[in-house]
Design a protein around this ligand. Structure first.
Ligand code: DPP
Ligand code: ZN
Length: 876
């Protein structure tokens, strides 16, 4: 396949300042008329051929300035349209009529049908499946769109911008016109037509303009959109207050569709959402769903400024909008909920998704330099690490200079397609700081490691910290340059308060932050009255791995007393991780896992500590997942040993604290009144973590099945089902609960996704067969991305012991499924295929079986660019 390189970027010869589109909608044959005002760029020779992008289009007609073209004047091979000799004048009008078939578009890119609703997805390169165009983000155009359809089939006709004329047409047809005054790239184009219900609201902006808000959903589901609407209004307010950003159109529309490749899409004025991230009530959605809805509604709304008003020059700059917008939605959730809890959740996500990417064959810089298929770069690195990089800029600059830099960016680049260099320059100018070394965070792949040792000289009252950075090699980047790593830190004294110091030698320390810039730093703090315990990378100020030799008793001390809540959580999490790793080694050596009693003691103390938020306690008590442990071990992974060690640790903690956990569990009982807010969700989270521990003790199945039976919301019901299926799947209680759940929720596909996912996540050797059986279930559909992600996505990427079954049956199912899905939807198939990206860290036998499965995909003829890109890089 063709490789696209950053250094090959060059501006196009032509611009398209105006785009008039007309759609005559019909499921199998939609006629698209594009009237494009084409302008030759200054300095380009008159008559230079015009090359437009296309994909799978049937061309019906071409005119230049109203004159029909002869077939010799252009060519239209499948992937482009070439006008051999455009008029020599500066501007002309090119009219192109194409025919497309939404009903047979199973790739869900371009214009397609979801449950009878016409909808579009154009990012990254879907617009070229609608008409021929300069389908690249630096071509900004003002769009006017006319949509015509049968009124019975599509009473609702939506596109970007503000509504214009509407009217009736013969034969029960009607039309609507939309005009978007803001020039935008083609990837932000959207159209929706269908028969949908809606809820309406209004937002008055900071300058007093009224914006009409609407969320469109399937008829009968209107009520389920109220939480999303509330989140939208809070997002709009927050962006005004925190970033000074006001909304700019008369309307803001959101449409929920059930077949969607991504989570949601920020099309100007017309966001299109995966229904999973809109629809919620207490009986169908979990607290995690509510939190995701809030975050994603905010994310897409925030794109209006970071993405739409200022867009990307080219797709290599994807993190310019995504990393920054994730940073903004993180800040929003932190303000709306609990900042420390949110931070811990972010770090868990980063480690679960971005670290394995950065440490495996698919590693790439936050700003990649080359790609074969851009769809494969909507990654945790671009999004989550991209957000961490913005967060580090704020840490280095401080809140005020950071805000000045953002203001400058909005001011200077509004209406433009910008680059990372443009973005960074704003912060350098606003702060007077040199960010040139920091810029490497965008250019170098891989997770940096910081190792640290410390010493205290009691007589001299001196504390020294020796810090060393290293960056492991990643594919095609064997030599790395030294990074600028901002480490927040504290020297914790015996009473838990940070100790002060009289002076510090070296220039590396500033306002509680160590700026690591060299390979090695030796930092000497003088005037330190007592022996401190160092707390490093507080708040996870840098996305690194930390190798810090620390005694368990010191970690226990930090877990109890560190003033930084993140570091408290981290200290206990590290204790649990190290204990599990040691346990798995003993198991592999033929012994049994053993655990120091202090671990269970600390767990008991955390449950009882009413000074800590419940959501925080829930996170602290959640043991690291099997994948987290595998990542820490790094190589020669045996998932069964890890599973056994983790299970033993949970049992040990539960056994030691049984009475206390049970009492706390009962104290946390539901009062039957539901609120999706953080405090209520925290209570449920803590109670459900305790349930998972209690399920391993005597009466475990009874407690879990009572929990299931008495649950008054989906959070509790799903948590109990998971505990039963994962811990007691051989018991009747588990099978009864699965059956009851199916009977109650069988007609609700989004709720059934939980039912599929819980079963696909069940540990142990029987799950391969269960997943295969479930794929034949009448509620499963290979055509729907949400179903695929629930069943196969969960199994391939979220079930260590089940998927990595020693005989390779999981890998064979993987190859079969990925190839089957690819026939319909290459983008989703490629995403599923990342499930084996860490195959080289497995023990040799599993490695060989995984390789065979990957090779069997690679050797299949006619693979899509999406899938072959992932498989080739995974095997490289
Ligand atoms: N819609 C996706 C997102 O917002 C891609 N832009 O992240
Ligand atoms: Zn985004």
């Amino acid at each position: 396949g063709r490789v696209f390189r950053l250094e090959d970027y060059r501006p196009s010869d032509y611009l398209i300042p105006r785009t008039d589109l007309s759609f005559v909608l019909s499921p199998d044959s939609t006629i698209v008329t594009a009237r494009l005002l084409i302008r030759r760029r200054e300095g380009v020779a008159p008559g230079t051929p015009l090359n437009l992008d296309g994909d799978g289009l049937t061309l019906r007609l071409v005119e230049v300035d109203g004159k029909l073209l002869e077939e010799t004047e252009f060519s239209a091979p499948p992937e482009s349209f070439v006008l051999h000799r455009p008029p020599a004048k500066d501007e002309f009008v090119l009219t192109i009529v194409t025919e497309i078939s939404p009903s047979t578009n199973t790739a869900l890119m371009g214009l397609y049908r979801s449950n009878g609703v016409y909808c579009t997805q154009c990012e990254a390169e879907g617009f070229r499946r609608i008409t021929y165009f300069l389908d690249r983000p630096d071509i900004l155009s003002v769009y006017t769109v006319r949509i015509e359809a049968s009124r019975a089939e599509a009473p609702l006709l939506l596109s970007n911008g503000n509504p214009g004329a509407t009217g009736e047409l013969p034969d029960g047809r009607h039309f609507a016109v939309w005009h978007d005054p803001f020039p935008k790239p083609s990837y932000l184009f959207a159209l929706v037509a269908g028969d949908l219900g809606a809820i309406h609201d209004e937002f008055v902006t900071m300058s007093g303009r009224a914006v009409a808000l609407a969320i469109y959903v399937e008829h009968g589901k209107e009520r389920l959109a109220t939480y999303a609407m509330d989140a939208l209004k809070r997002s709009m307010k927050w962006d005004e207050e925190v970033f000074g950003r006001e909304y700019d159109l008369d309307v803001f529309n959101i449409v929920a569709v059930s077949d969607f490749n991504m989570g949601a899409m920020e099309n100007k004025g017309l966001n299109i959402f995966n229904d999973k991230y809109v629809l919620a009530d207490e009986n169908t959605a979990t607290d995690a769903d509510f939190a995701n809805i809030e975050a994603i509604i905010a994310h897409e709304y925030f794109h209006n400024w970071t993405g739409n008003r200022i867009t990307c020059r080219d797709w290599f700059q994807l993190c310019l909008k995504e990393g920054l917008t994730v940073y903004r939605d993180h800040e929003f959730s932190a303000d709306e909920r609990s900042r420390p809890v949110k931070r811990i959740a972010e770090v868990r996500t980063l480690r679960a998704h971005q670290f394995p990417e950065d440490q495996g064959p698919l590693a790439h810089p936050v700003r990649p330099r080359r790609y074969r298929e851009i769809n494969n770069f909507y990654t945790a690195t671009v999004y989550e690490k991209g957000s961490e990089v913005v967060r580090m800029i704020r840490t280095i600059l401080g809140r005020e200079a950071f805000r000045r830099g953002m203001d400058l960016y909005f001011d200077r680049h509004d209406g433009e397609a910008a680059t990372i260099e443009d973005f960074l320059k704003c912060f350098e100018e606003a702060s007077g700081r040199d960010l040139s070394q920091f810029t490497l965070w965008y250019h170098q792949a891989g997770t940096p490691n910081i190792s640290a040792t410390s010493a205290y000289d009691a007589a001299a009252k001196e504390f020294t910290l020796e810090i060393e950075q290293s960056l492991p090699p990643t594919p095609s980047e064997s030599r790395k340059r030294l990074m600028h790593i901002p480490l927040q830190f504290g020297l914790v004294g015996p009473d838990g308060q940070d100790l002060s110091y009289a002076a510090v030698e070296g220039t590396a320390v500033e306002d509680g932050v160590i700026h690591v810039r060299k390979r090695r730093h030796s930092i000497r703090f003088s005037g330190v009255e007592e022996r401190p315990i160092v707390s490093l990378n507080r708040g996870f100020s840098a996305p690194i791995t930390l190798s810090l030799e620390q005694k368990t008793e010191h970690r226990v001390f930090l877990a109890r007393h560190d003033s930084d809540p993140f570091s408290r959580w981290q200290s206990f999490n590290t204790i649990l991780t190290e204990a599990t790793i040691a346990g798995s080694k003993r198991i592999l050596g033929g012994g049994e896992a053993e655990f120091e009693p202090v671990i269970a003691e600390v767990a008991g103390a955390i449950v009882e500590n009413e000074n800590l938020e419940r959501a925080f306690r829930a996170l602290a008590l959640t043991p690291p997942g099997e994948a987290d442990i595998a990542r820490e071990i790094g190589s020669n992974i045996d998932p069964d040993a890890i599973f056994a060690a983790r299970d033993a640790l949970v049992r040990r903690i539960a056994e030691a604290n049984r009475d206390q956990f049970l009492a706390a569990y009962h104290r946390l009982e539901d009062n039957g009144l539901f609120s999706p807010e953080a405090a209520s969700a925290g209570r449920r989270a803590l109670r459900n973590v305790l349930l998972d521990y209690l399920a391993t003790t005597q009466d475990g199945p009874d407690i879990a099945s009572a929990h299931f039976g008495s649950a008054t919301n989906m959070t509790d019901r799903a948590a109990a089902l998971a505990v039963l299926v994962h811990r007691h799947c051989e018991r009747a209680e588990a099978q009864d609960a699965l059956h009851a759940f199916e009977v109650t929720h069988g007609d609700d596909p989004l709720v059934m996704d939980k039912w599929f996912a819980i079963q696909a996540a069940a540990p142990g050797p029987n799950t391969v067969d269960a997943v295969q059986r479930l794929a034949a279930h009448p509620r499963f559909s290979i055509a729907n991305p949400n179903r695929l992600r629930s069943l196969f996505g969960t199994f391939f990427s979220g079930n260590q012991s089940g998927f990595h079954r020693a005989d390779g049956a999981g890998y064979r199912l993987f190859a079969e499924t990925v190839l089957e899905v690819e026939k319909r939807n290459p983008q989703v198939a490629a995403r599923l295929a990342t499930g084996l990206r860490s195959w080289r860290s497995l023990e040799p036998k599993r490695q060989e079986l995984a390789r065979e499965a990957l090779v069997s995909i690679a050797s299949t003829k006619g693979l899509s660019a999406d899938l072959s890109d992932i498989i080739d890089r995974t095997l490289a």
